[in-house]
Design a protein around this ligand. Structure first.
Ligand SMILES: [Mg+2]
Length: 177
């Protein structure tokens, strides 16, 4: 049952995701969470490194789409500044926003990855639609109090997955790390 919560891959941040590896696997699209994935939940600024990462991914030929549970105003301005489409008020882990993102990108589930910092929204939702999921560590410790409560449960799930040797990074790292 917990397997639906298991990310296919873990990374410290988006910057640590091996884009070449994804391209080699036939991945063409990145469905990316916004808060605490691309920028701090309580922040209005995206780091220069993350901006560069987005630009590099696009140059590399990936299509990107932000999928966020945050309100439209916040999501739209970030997406606009990056020049990529976005789905706000996504209500992840519902399947709909992920299906919408795939439609926007014109890709099949096996051609995309979902990247996010939360198991119960990003990973669960991505797994439900059969997209490769990558869990990254949240940028900031500041979060909604409901998220903080979910984090406790998340830590227990992650500890279990780790014990079972189910958490692993990209091509470079051995399974079980
Ligand atoms: Mg997030």
């Amino acid at each position: 049952m917990l397997m639906i919560l298991c990310p296919d891959q873990v990374a410290k941040s988006v910057l640590d995701i091996d884009l070449e590896d994804l391209a080699d696997r036939g991945i063409k699209g990145l469905i990316v969470d916004l808060d605490n994935t691309l920028m701090g939940w309580d922040s209005e600024e995206m780091s220069a490194q993350v901006r560069e990462w987005v630009a590099k991914a696009r140059e590399r030929g990936f299509s990107l789409c932000i999928t966020s549970n945050a309100l439209e105003e916040r999501v739209r301005s970030v997406a606009h500044s990056l020049g990529i489409p976005a789905i706000s008020n996504a209500v992840k882990p519902r399947k709909r926003p992920f299906k919408q993102a795939l439609r926007l990108l014109g890709l099949a589930p096996e051609e995309a990855v979902v990247i996010g910092d939360q198991i119960f929204t990003d990973i669960l939702g991505g797994n439900r639609v059969g997209v490769h999921t990558i869990l990254i560590q949240p940028i900031s410790k500041n979060e909604l109090c409901t998220t903080k409560i979910m984090r406790r449960l998340e830590r227990r799930v992650l500890a279990w997955l780790k014990r079972k040797g189910l958490l692993h990074g990209g091509r470079a790292s051995a399974p079980g790390r």
